[in-house]
Design a protein around this ligand. Structure first.
Ligand SMILES: [Fe+2]
Length: 156
């Protein structure tokens, strides 16, 4: 599907070509998949923690699940605004093994950091598209807060 270039600024300050609507939708599809994958991992972790450990981390993991699903919905809305239908290709396997509270937070930190990295990468690619830059920046702030919260819980 071919569409006119996205936005009115054809070039970024760095001199790179602005992304077309198709390219931007493709980039957003990638973070959409990243968020859905993270949500599935949170859902799995919330059910892989056993015993008393559940009391400590189950609420955190469940909150991570719902917040991540909300992020995916916002990204899907951005994809729709570009005239596309979100596309998802997932490669995810969650083992049927129990994890401790600490392990679950360490695993969550890994995929939250991956999501943060994906947004930071996307921010560089949308340079010059101010509304999209602002949106990505707000997502980066949210993801950074998640990462900081997990790191704080993992101290000691
Ligand atoms: Fe997220």
């Amino acid at each position: 599907m071919s569409q006119p270039a996205y936005g009115s600024a054809p070039r970024s300050a760095a001199g790179g070509a602005a992304l077309s609507a198709d390219e931007l939708a493709e980039e957003l599809n990638r973070v959409f998949a990243e968020e859905i994958e993270a949500a599935m991992r949170y859902l799995h972790l919330a059910n892989a923690v056993r015993g008393l450990d559940r009391l400590t981390v189950e609420p955190i993991l469940k909150r991570g699940f719902s917040e991540t699903i909300q992020h995916a919905e916002v990204i899907a809305q951005k994809i729709r605004a570009l005239g596309h239908v979100p596309r998802v290709e997932l490669q995810i396997a969650c083992p049927g093994e129990p994890v401790t509270a600490r392990e679950s937070l360490r695993i969550a930190l890994t995929f939250e950091e991956a999501a943060l990295e994906a947004y930071q990468d996307l921010l560089r690619r949308v340079e010059g598209d101010v509304p999209m830059e602002e949106f990505i920046r707000s997502q980066i702030a949210l993801e950074s807060a998640h990462v900081a919260e997990l790191k704080e819980l993992l101290v000691g």
